[in-house]
Structures are given as structure tokens and as C-alpha cells.
Design a protein around this ligand. Structure first.
Ligand code: BT5
Length: 325
């Protein structure tokens, strides 16, 4: 699905800094050397830098810090997910755009990703701050064969996918899932997930898995009102994040765990979720639309519902709430 320009770029990204002969590239892609040169000009205008090395060809010496299709593709290890990528410098919300694409029949694993969101959405009309170039702001359209009541479990599948991608790429911190959709590092929010559904009464047409991750923020890149509750991977890892690499790792996990869920049910996902959860076993306060419940979080059910043990010994099930630990 990549454009010719992106295909050329991908060759350079995969060559790991080695020069590539213009003739060889032209032959491989079936276009003229002049066409190659023109695409390189366009890439230069976008911020990529090439130098010419005598008798060897072109060498990529600098790339802009972007999460575009070619960059993500160069890390991709999936069967289906991430082969259709819609990239934007700026968008209101990847979630709204995904909704349009999904209605038009976008394939399973289509990705919408942007450098900046001007109207990023959290749950219940809340704002999701999406600073330019600092994070991963993406929606993945998935089309698993499930029933509408199963949809909330896919939020947990997504949380497991994100947290395990972080664990495999970074060593200096331990991310924890806070039920149902937050990922915290040292008690501060680093990522949030928003799942929306396109469905009829008895059939799911598609799910929009919105994933927001603070990757390269310094503390003052956050608006003041969330500086005490938010963090980024770069702050915790003490190193800048290659966003495209993390996106590819998340897509790999999301594909794998969604397939696992559809084939074998929720059991293995539930175990993984509980292993990475910072909620289970803790005393919490859960605010639902109707009431506030205090007690000990004892686990999630096979439906992905949170169970809270109240002080009077009663066990309450919570389907949707905000949790304070
Ligand atoms: C979420 O909502 O955590 C879901 C966030 C989903 C964002 C993604 S980005 C790609 C896709 N496109 C979208 O438009 N959205 C999705 P919720 O649990 O309601 O949390 C929202 C609350 O988190 C806000 O009220 C703030 O307190 C806080 N918050 C906002 N931006 C934040 C950030 N960048 N980092 C940490 N906390 C933030």
C-alpha cells in the first residue's frame, strides 16, 4: 500500500545508512533514474537529507522525527495490521477520521496516525492532550468476529498489547495497567486507550482502538493542569523514544492478542492483564455515573468486569468507572 516515494524511503531506512545505487533502485522498483531523483527531491523538501557518494549512489544521512508510513513499515512484523497507514501532520482526532474510514469499509488493521491532534478525545467527552511530535496519537481499525457485548474486553486486549510492547523495548521502568484503560508509570499516566464500536444489534462491524501514548514529552510539554498526573516514556526511561519502532511493536502485539482472543477466548488475556495490572489487590475508590464505591479490587471477571470487595464482605461488579488508588 506504500506510495512509490515511501517505497524508496523504505529502502533507505532499511539500508541502515549504507549507500544505495540509483540504478539498482530504479531497476528494482521498475522506474527511471530520473523518477528516483525526483522522489529524492521531494523527500529532501520534507526534511530527509541525502548525499551522493561517488560510484556507490545515494546515502540517507538525516531523517526528520516523524511517524510516517515508511518509517513504521520499516519496523513492521505483522501479517495484516499496519499495511494501510493514513498519516497526518495535524488532525482534529484520529478517532473521528477512523470512524469515517471504517464506515467506508477500511480493512482490518488500518492505522490512522498523526503528529498532532487539535481535538484529541478521551472517554466521556474529556480532552486528550496531543502535543505535536511528542507522542503516538493513533487509531487502529480492527474487525474481529465478536458480539457487541464483548467489545469492552478489546480495551483490555489493547492495554495488554501496549504494556507488553513497552516492556519489551524499555528497561528502566515498569508500566502498569490501571483498569480499564490507563497505563501508568510510577503512578502517573503515560497512555490512555479509547475503544469505540461500530455495531448493529447483534453484530460488530468494527472497533476503533484509539491509543494515546506520551513518548517524548519533557514535563513542561504538558499543560500545567496535568503536569502532576502525567508522564512520558522519555521522562521515565531517560532516553528519547523511536516512535515508529514502538508503533510497530504495538501493532504486532495487537494483531497477535486479538487473534488469540478470537480463537481461544478471554482466559489467557485475562491472565496477562492481571499480571500487568497495578489495580488488583489494592484498595480503590471507583466512581461510576451513579455512585462511588470503596473497597479492595480483587480481580476481573471473564467479561473483563472489575470486582470490588466491599468492607461488609459484599462483592460488587463495576462495568465502567474512574478509579482512584
Ligand atoms: C483516555 O481517556 O485516557 C483515552 C485517551 C485516548 C487518546 C487517543 S489518541 C488517538 C485517539 N484519538 C483520539 O482523539 N483519542 C484517542 P480518559 O480515561 O477519559 O482520560 C482523559 C483524562 O486524562 C483527561 O481528563 C486528563 O485528566 C488526562 N489527560 C489528558 N491528556 C493527557 C495526556 N496527554 N497524558 C496524560 N493524561 C492526560
Amino acid at each position: 500500500n506504500l506510495s512509490m516515494k515511501d517505497k524508496i524511503l523504505q529502502h533507505f531506512l532499511q539500508s541502515k545508512g549504507e549507500p544505495i545505487s540509483g540504478q539498482q533502485l530504479a531497476d528494482e522498483l521498475g522506474i527511471s533514474r530520473t523518477a528516483i531523483w525526483k522522489h529524492l527531491q521531494t523527500l529532501q523538501e520534507e526534511g530527509y537529507k541525502f548525499i551522493t557518494i561517488k560510484k556507490k549512489g545515494y546515502q540517507l544521512v538525516a531523517a526528520p522525527d516523524r511517524v510516517d508510513a515508511a518509517k513504521i513499515s520499516s519496523f513492521l512484523k505483522t501479517k495484516r495490521f499496519g499495511y494501510s497507514i493514513h498519516y497526518f501532520e495535524e488532525i482534529d482526532s484520529t478517532q473521528s477520521y477512523a470512524q469515517k474510514l471504517a464506515r467506508q469499509g477500511a480493512e482490518d488493521g488500518t492505522v490512522i496516525i498523526a503528529e498532532e491532534q487539535t481535538g484529541g478525545k478521551g472517554r466521556m467527552q474529556r480532552i486528550w492532550h496531543s502535543a505535536k511530535g511528542k507522542g503516538i496519537w493513533m487509531t487502529v481499525i480492527i474487525r474481529p468476529n465478536i458480539l457487541p457485548h464483548q467489545a469492552p474486553q478489546l480495551t483490555l486486549v489493547a492495554a495488554v498489547s501496549v504494556v507488553m510492547a513497552m516492556k519489551s523495548l524499555y528497561q528502566n521502568f515498569t508500566p502498569e495497567i490501571k483498569w480499564p484503560n490507563d497505563i501508568l508509570i510510577n503512578g502517573k499516566k503515560c497512555a490512555g486507550i479509547l475503544t469505540e464500536m461500530l455495531a448493529e444489534m447483534d453484530r460488530v462491524d468494527g472497533l476503533l482502538i484509539g491509543i494515546g501514548i506520551n513518548t517524548n514529552h519533557e514535563l513542561d510539554d504538558f499543560p500545567e493542569d496535568i503536569q502532576s498526573i502525567a508522564t512520558s516514556i522519555a521522562i521515565e526511561e531517560k532516553k528519547k523514544v523511536d516512535r515508529a519502532e514502538l508503533v510497530a511493536e504495538i501493532l504486532k502485539n495487537l494483531e497477535h492478542f486479538t487473534d488469540e482472543y478470537v480463537e481461544n477466548g478471554f482466559t489467557s488475556i485475562k491472565t496477562l492483564w492481571e499480571e500487568h495490572s497495578g489495580t488488583i489487590g489494592k484498595r480503590i475508590k471507583a466512581s461510576t455515573i451513579r455512585e462511588t464505591i470503596e473497597g479492595q479490587a480483587i480481580g476481573i471477571t471473564d467479561e473483563g468486569v472489575l470486582e470490588i470487595l466491599l468492607d461488609d464482605g459484599q462483592v460488587k461488579k463495576v462495568y465502567s468507572a474512574d478509579i482512584e488508588i
